[in-house]
Design a protein around this ligand. Structure first.
Ligand code: GLC
Length: 675
């Protein structure tokens, strides 16, 4: 596969040497397709791929945010929109979903995935596969997913991108493989899928040449019927890894290990034929790779319909469909997380005079987040635009941002003018995503100073966070009255933030990744083992001398403009399942949607198990005073875990069941479970 976005190798396509390209230009795609279909010897159409991670033109929230909606139907609908837009731009293959469970926010790509929990990541996986691949009734409404990065890339040591990874077999099977297994199961139900091997070496073997992960697990145990592509230049990098003596050796190892397509280099093209002739590589290995790739191209309908209709190209060139903008707005609104609202400063009155502060607030291009490459600025709504669209009386003072100096005069004016200050702080898009690891995940630049100055004004300060990763917010949480986590919400960010700030929308999002007080706590995650000395009062327990042991804001956490209470947790063992029920009550004065969460703990097992594991969730909308019973039927089969042989085991014993509005504030029931 040629990775060049600029030079499409027309001659190589004509010569039948390139079977797939990257790009999002539908006119160019038709031109290249015409060469492949009408001028090459075999006329095999190209498969055209692109990084459509969270939307193409209709960019919706980055995954770490969207998964926080805990709304599977929404996550499926946004993927379906991405598939439809992709086909309109000549793309039949999305390098998505990214399913890397991530626990270390120093890693910039934590922004691209669905957070720290394997269960939520698995439901996210299923929703995305259904959305991308499920609607095959028309050639223009589905694409092949490319599930990535296989596998455990997110555990790069120190959160440093591309760094080495190593873990036990049970850790790999219990935490990092589940979303990929879910994707294969969902893909098998709807259609083909492809996978992307990850850059990292896992327990000493780079995933590009790892027969254990690619052949034994993915294609063998999981039965994945699509093909596996390397990540960009991944094959060549096996020489740097020190696992291959040269490029030919890397290519042969990769093919033998189960890699079917070479992204970004010409190694497969330049070396495999000779390797077969020299007896280094059985031709059957290449036949199998070709079969897998052609099967996906056939399933995509590329042989019958290789071109994007002109009228489809024209329609999108004119404008983004209204329905797509509306869906991006819905996703944005549901992904916002209210972290703190002291004194109920939010929502603010529509007629309040607002001093909007921070260079991020007026920069429409910064709303889309990492890995957005098909958007158009005219579709993007900045927070300033959003407040104006909502009819706010707003004056804008950039004052400063993630980089550069503060503007003292603007700060002074902002503090003098407004009744309320809305400060937008966070990260530039370039500060998260690939190759964006950070050793310090506090607010970059002089934004903390800016907040200090604004707070000193005595005016109410609403702090809106616009970031791609969990930030170390210990200082902010102590001093600021309001913290609204708005992530990078996509093209409709400004309207969504305005809706929440003025109370048209009651925030319902929850955190998919824990936020630390300080960077040094990373990796921080809720589903950790207890250890023999869990953090406690005694010095001699698992904690820090200079920082809290627990997260500042835990997984599953998020406030509302109303309040919810959990009552009457009941767990009934029905033989093959646990019937779990809890009553959720809206104890506040306005309607709201709560994400009721269900966790378990296997208290004693043959391997230490996490103190909590998410096993179910449900969004429930409640009017003021309304109470509703939320039920979960949990198959006992889901109470097991993988041992260090990769075997799934169910062990009798004591379990705890939890229910609540986040991973810490929960009701608890204990019961003895027999399988
Ligand atoms: C990048 C990323 C991968 C992406 C690919 C193609 O290096 O690791 O996620 O899909 O190259 O752009």
């Amino acid at each position: 596969m040629s990775a060049a976005k600029r030079d499409y190798h027309e001659d190589d396509i004509r010569a039948g040497l390139v079977g797939s390209v990257m790009g999002n230009d539908p006119v160019k795609a038709n031109e290249l397709q015409k060469i492949a279909v009408e001028e090459s010897r075999l006329g095999i159409p190209l498969i055209i791929g692109f990084d459509v991670i969270h939307g193409l033109r209709g960019v919706f929230p980055i995954a770490i945010a969207e998964a926080g909606s805990f709304d599977d139907d929404l996550m499926e609908r946004t993927a379906r929109m991405a598939a439809e837009e992709s086909r309109a731009y000549g793309i039949s293959w999305n390098f998505a979903p990214m399913l890397d469970v991530a626990r270390d926010a120093r890693w910039g790509r934590v922004s691209e995935g669905p957070g720290e929990d394997p269960y939520l990541a698995s439901r996210f996986a299923r929703a995305k596969i259904r959305g991308l691949q499920g609607r095959t009734d028309s050639a223009e409404t589905y694409v092949a997913a490319c599930v990535k990065h296989f596998v455990a890339y997110s555990t790069c040591e120190g959160g440093r991108d591309y760094n080495t990874t190593s873990m036990s077999v049970s850790q790999l099977y219990n935490v990092y493989l589940p979303p990929f297994k879910a994707a294969v199961e969902e893909g098998a139900a709807t259609a083909m899928a492809s996978f992307m091997a990850s850059f990292n070496d896992l327990n000493g073997v780079p995933c590009t040449v790892n027969a254990w992960t690619l052949r034994d697990i993915l294609k063998g145990a999981y039965g994945m019927e699509g093909f596996v592509v390397s990540d960009a230049n991944g094959i060549r990098e096996c020489v740097s890894h020190g696992i291959a003596a040269n490029e030919r050796d890397a290519g042969v190892q990769a093919a033998k290990a189960g890699l079917d397509m070479d992204m970004g280099t010409h190694i497969f093209r330049d070396h495999l034929k000779k390797a077969i002739e020299d007896g280094l590589l059985p031709v059957e290995v290449v036949d199998e790779a070709v079969r897998r790739i052609l099967t996906v191209k056939t399933w995509l309908g590329l042989f019958e319909r290789p071109y994007t209709p002109e009228e489809t190209i024209r329609a999108y060139a004119e404008a983004l469909p209204e329905s797509h903008a509306a869906l991006c707005r819905e996703a944005a609104e549901k992904s916002i997380v209210l972290l703190k609202n002291e004194g109920n400063i939010l929502p603010i009155k529509r007629d309040a005079k607002v001093s909007l502060v921070g260079s991020l607030a007026g920069n429409a291009g910064e709303v889309v987040g990492a890995w957005s490459m098909g958007w158009e600025k005219k579709d993007c709504v900045s927070i300033l635009d959003g407040l104006r669209n909502a009819g706010a009386t707003v004056r804008y003072y950039p004052c400063g941002g993630p980089e550069g100096e503060l503007n003292e005069d603007e700060i002074q004016s902002a503090c003098n003018d407004g009744d309320v200050i809305v400060a937008v702080v966070g990260e530039l898009i370039s500060m998260s995503g690939e190759a964006s690891s950070k050793a310090d995940i506090t607010l970059p630049g002089k934004q903390r100073e800016l907040l200090e100055r604004l707070t000193a004004s005595g005016k109410p300060v609403v702090t809106v966070l616009m970031n791609g990763r969990p930030l170390a917010l210990g200082w902010e949480a102590e001093r600021l009255p309001v913290l609204l986590e708005a992530w990078h919400l996509g093209i409709q960010m400004g309207n969504a933030v305005a809706s929440v700030i003025f109370g048209d929308v009651n925030p319902s999002g929850k955190l998919t990744s824990s936020f630390p007080f300080v960077t040094g706590q990373e990796p921080t995650y809720y589903n950790h083992p207890n250890t023999g000395r869990p953090a406690g009062k005694s010095k001699f327990t698992s904690k820090y001398l200079d920082a809290p042991a627990k997260a500042l804001y835990p997984f599953g956490y998020g406030l509302s403009y109303t309040t919810f209470a959990y009552e009457n947790l009941r767990v009934t063992d029905t033989g093959d399942s646990l019937d779990i029920a809890v009553t959720v009550r809206n104890t506040g004065s306005r309607e709201g949607t709560e994400v009721a969460q269900f966790y378990i703990r296997d208290v004693t097992a043959s391997l230490v198990r996490p103190v909590k594991e998410l096993k179910g969730y449900r969004r429930v909308a409640l009017s003021p005073g309304e109470a509703r019973e939320v039920r979960l039927t949990l198959s006992k089969r889901n109470l097991g875990f993988y041992d260090n042989r990769g075997e799934y085991v169910l062990e009798d014993g004591l379990f705890r069941v939890y229910a609540g509005g986040d991973s810490e504030n929960v009701l608890e029931q204990e019961l003895d479970v027999r399988f």
